[in-house]
Design a protein around this ligand. Structure first.
Ligand SMILES: Nc1ncnc2c1ncn2[C@@H]1O[C@H](COP(=O)(O)OP(=O)(O)OP(=O)(O)O)[C@@H](O)[C@H]1O
Ligand SMILES: [Mg+2]
Length: 442
């Protein structure tokens, strides 16, 4: 231990020296009394296999016998303990690894599959106070121990990122509050997200879907909300909760949702209305399950395709379907959520998207604003869009010299995307067969 002036006071260095079984020395410098800076207290001892904690304990003990504890612990302490940070880090790592073995890496694996880009940062002091009031369920440390991924027991958002300083006392606080601890290894990280770029970039990500500008505008709006739902939450602005995509069959509604799931990098729960009517499991339970998954992963999307199967007008007549329908309504309203205080806000960060080609058959109660706030009609593609759809589906295929999509467009008025795809495909099949016939003839 080395004594040195520190902020005008004298500091006691609990210098670790690194080696186990090392002889260690205690040297306390009292504040200069009567202008005599040399007054000091000197101690020497041998501590077999001591950790910094034990040495700190011993040090405190000496302080206690010298009646100096208050001076070391209080805010206006006369003495400052300076830790050997390398040793503190080593011991923190050791403790985290030991504790993490209880979870078998399960929690870290779970964390690594999450979309942390969308999680807000929590200041370290708030994190400590959350630990103090047992609000934290799990802490997963990053490999370099500089960051922790924290899952709260409840509230919104449920997950935060905390930048942690090398705090010697952190682990004690964590283990005394009974939190699940795990260590994240880099090799576990599955989702290295692409940053969300400009509008043009985003459209190029979705280049296989050809849709009107209003769809992309809505997507922009949704994504900017999803990036930071807190900004709406803080201002108490309720964002769009439900979006209905409607339009003739084969215009790309399902394709849009699938691409959104793939490209947005957001948690996405995908279901089809027909799934809820089979007899395996009650539809209402499945609806509740889907929404609870989405909420736990908020901000997230829930997509229900062919929603008319559960929210059609006829759904009310059949008692089982009615239960499913009512579960859907109450999930959209967020009323039955049992979590408590934050139920409304939790609800906000889950965006419900549904698609149907029979919008007029939907129950009016379902489509009212507050449940479905936006309706987007995806119509048949116009001439320009048809040319682009031809382009998408004929990519990588060889063409005869006289094929001109500009001309074909006039012969495909009223075609949907699916029909154009089919046309290109049929042409490919025919060309293959014709080649076979030519081969046979030759
Ligand atoms: N706008 C589009 N751009 C590119 N391809 C499209 C487009 N619309 C449809 N297609 C092609 O047609 C296929 C079927 O489309 P999709 O399943 O998305 O239609 P849908 O609107 O969901 O129809 P339905 O209402 O019958 O469910 C897609 O997989 C895609 O290959
Ligand atoms: Mg569809």
């Amino acid at each position: 231990m080395v004594g040195s002036p520190f902020n005008g006071r004298w500091a006691c260095y609990a210098h670790a020296g690194g080696e186990r079984n090392a002889t260690f020395k205690l040297f306390f410098c009292f504040p200069p009394l009567d202008g005599d800076p040399t007054v000091g207290c000197y101690g020497e001892g041998h501590m077999g296999g001591s950790t910094w904690r034990e040495r700190l304990g011993a040090w405190k003990e000496i302080l206690r016998t010298n009646k100096l504890v208050e001076q070391a612990d209080s805010l206006n302490a006369e003495y400052v303990v300076d830790f050997d940070m390398e040793e503190v880090e080593k011991s923190l790592r050791k403790e985290v690894v030991e504790k993490a073995s209880d979870t078998n890496g399960g929690r870290a694996l779970w964390i690594s599959k999450r979309w942390w880009r969308y999680r807000p940062k929590l200041p370290y002091t708030y994190f400590l106070s959350k630990l103090d009031c047992s609000g934290v369920a799990a802490v997963v440390f990053s490999e370099d121990l500089k960051r922790a991924y924290v899952t709260m027991k409840e509230g919104f958002p449920l997950e935060y990122i905390v930048d942690i300083p090398l705090d010697p006392y952190l682990f004690e606080i964590i283990s005394s509050s009974g939190v699940e601890v795990d260590l994240l290894q880099k090799k576990n990280i599955h989702y290295l997200l692409k940053p969300i770029g400009s509008v043009d970039e985003r459209q190029s990500m979705y280049k296989e879907v050809v849709l009107g500008g209003d769809v992309w505008d809505l997507l922009d709006e949704l994504m900017s909300y999803m990036k930071n739902p807190m900004q709406y939450y803080e201002k108490e602005v309720a964002f769009v909760r439900g979006v209905l995509l409607s339009g003739p069959p084969g215009t790309g509604k399902t394709l849009f949702a699938r691409t959104l799931a793939k490209e947005s990098g957001m948690p996405f729960v995908f279901a089809s209305g027909a799934e809820f009517t089979d007899s395996e499991k009650s539809g209402a339970a499945r609806i509740n399950e889907i929404f609870s998954i989405a909420r736990r992963n908020a901000p997230s999307f829930v997509f229900v395709d062919e929603v008319d199967a559960i929210a059609g007008r006829h759904a009310r007549k059949d008692p089982r379907r009615r239960a499913t329908f009512e579960a859907l309504l109450s999930q959209l309203d967020g009323e039955k959520e049992k979590v408590g205080v934050d139920r409304f806000s939790l609800r906000q960060a889950v965006i419900f998207i549904c698609a149907t080609n029979r919008p007029d058959e939907l129950d009016l109660e379902f489509v009212r604003p507050g449940r479905i706030d936006r309706r987007l009609y995806i119509g048949l593609p116009d001439a320009k869009q048809r040319i682009r759809i031809f382009g998408v589906h004929s990519a990588g295929k060889k063409f005869a010299d006289d094929v001109d999509f500009g001309k074909l467009v006039f012969r495909t008025v009223g075609y949907s995307g699916a029909e154009i795809r089919n046309l290109v495909n049929e042409a490919a099949i025919m060309s293959k067969q014709m080649k076979q016939w030519d081969d046979v003839k030759a």
